[in-house]
Design a protein around this ligand. Structure first.
Ligand code: 13P
Length: 250
């Protein structure tokens, strides 16, 4: 049995003061969660979020990590910095990084190597564009992104990684993949992991769905056998909505 994992991706939202208010409201609402709960906050909120969640069942994640240890990389944040600030997880290869900031399968791979080397738990995002789904290319795209991200990664390290399947056309659009579409594509992604690493890693790996997941559609998605949780954008910014999602994931 895979333990579900619900992660909020706050994206570029919440100042420190807003972070304090949201986490303070959230903690009692999710205290009895039966899944792993993560909040992936902006860099400037990590230390505060770690302090507020200390001793609770909620852990903190970042939204990216540099592929170098340190040095002349203006605008990047190192794994050491994230860990010292209190991050446990890190999102890698989010479609917004790929779309707006030039992230590629190769750079996602380098960041994944770095996260694993530093014991940050990676959440690797994959997913097709609308035109790719309409063109029947969903599987091809997801396969390329998974194989690219995991290039050279050992089975032991792959086993520590979470994948998030986020169809780009479903992100922030209110247009969720149907339960069947999400389950089918996640099952396909698991078969790609199986081809790379074998049954044990593939069967143990948690693969989340992301894309307009909310308090209303979470039950249907979580009822599907392949879907092991969610990566939640908009609905993670409200304690009430996020807690309903968390408490539905068992
Ligand atoms: P929304 O839940 O806002 O669609 O965002 C999904 C997402 O991109 C999470 O990483």
């Amino acid at each position: 049995m895979r333990k579900p994992i619900i992660a909020g991706n706050w994206k570029m939202n919440k100042t420190a003061a807003e972070c304090r208010a949201l986490i303070t409201e959230l903690l009692p609402k999710v205290a009895n969660a039966k899944c792993d709960v993560v909040v992936c906050v902006p860099f400037t909120d990590i230390a505060l979020a770690a302090e507020l969640t200390a001793g609770s069942n909620v852990v903190v994640g970042a939204q990216n990590v540099a592929w170098a240890d340190s040095g002349a990389f203006t605008g990047e944040i190192s794994a050491d910095m994230l860990k010292e600030a209190g991050a446990t997880y890190v999102i890698l290869g989010h479609s917004e990084r790929r779309q707006y900031f030039g992230e590629t399968d190769a750079s996602v791979n380098k960041r994944l190597v770095q996260a694993l080397k530093n014991d940050l738990k990676p959440i690797v995002c994959v997913g097709e564009l609308l035109a790719e789904r309409e063109g029947g290319k969903t599987e091809e795209v997801c396969k390329r992104q998974v194989e690219g991200a995991f290039d050279g990664i050992s089975a032991a390290d792959a086993a520590k990684t979470v994948i998030a399947y986020e169809p780009v056309w479903a992100i922030g659009t209110g247009k969720t993949a149907t339960d069947e579409q999400a389950d089918e594509t996640i099952g396909y992604i698991r078969s790609v992991v199986k081809a790379l690493y074998g049954d044990a890693v593939a069967d143990g790996m948690r693969i989340q769905y992301g894309g307009s997941m909310n308090a209303k559609n979470v039950a249907g998605l979580m009822a599907k056998p392949q879907i092991d949780g969610g990566l939640i954008g908009g609905a993670s910014l409200k304690a009430e909505d996020f807690s309903i999602i968390v408490n539905t994931a068992k």
